[in-house]
Design a protein. Structure first.
Length: 215
């Protein structure tokens, strides 16, 4: 049986938080086998993971989850640290066949961790730019500045009212963190079309943002 790469929820114990996803708990090796497997190097565990040995992935997660958690917390991602650890391990499984023994395992792992961090930052930064733009727009209304929370809620409502093709490119850019080239490839449309749709979507979003509910 192969390991599924679908995201799983965080699992908590009574004494400490574990980033272990359920299959890592379910497929823990038996005690005698566990002792032997814990003696394996990271490279040897990765080799077994490529062969579909679920227990090896569980051990690798236990071995490195705490250091990854501390890594993300030092970067200031206190609220997102656990999610980022899970994303890193999911990336590790997804790219397991790209790992080569010539590279140190922790170098490979933390490269994936940096990518997870960059992806999260890029998504957040793009959303904050949009919210900042709309909040400044809100200050130009006759009612004066609305609260940031109200502005964000109104922005989300306006986004829902966009035509599908405009909403799609904006969501892929702002929420999924894809660049224009990636969006063009995913939607099978020219790069220029993506840029045009994003520009149109942002302008239409501003118009919807200023409309009254009964307009």
């Amino acid at each position: 049986m192969r390991i599924s790469a679908r995201p799983r929820p965080t699992v908590h114990s009574n004494t400490e938080k574990f980033i272990l996803i359920p299959f890592a708990l379910i497929f823990q090796p038996k005690l005698g086998m566990q002792r032997r497997m814990h003696e394996l190097s990271d490279f040897e565990l990765m080799d077994q993971i490529k062969e579909g040995v679920q227990e090896s992935f569980a051990i690798l997660i236990r071995r490195h989850q705490d250091s990854l958690l501390n890594f993300f917390r030092r970067l200031g991602a206190n609220n997102d640290a656990e999610d980022l650890v899970q994303e890193t391990f999911l990336k590790l499984f997804r790219y397991r066949f790209e790992y080569r023994p010539s590279a140190k395992f922790t170098t490979f792992l933390y490269t994936l961790a940096r990518h997870a961090w960059a992806d999260r930052w890029r998504k957040t930064e793009r959303r904050e730019r949009l919210y900042g733009l709309l909040e400044s727009e809100a200050c130009e209304t006759d009612d004066g500045c609305m609260s940031p929370t109200r502005a964000r809620l109104d922005a989300q409502e306006a986004l829902k009212r966009l035509p599908d093709k405009l909403r799609m490119v904006l969501v892929m850019s702002l929420y999924q963190g894809l660049n224009y080239e990636e969006i063009a490839q995913a939607l099978d449309i020219p790069l220029g079309t993506v840029k045009s749709r994003v520009f149109t979507a942002l302008n239409r979003l501003k118009e919807l943002f200023h409309e009254k509910p009964n307009d």
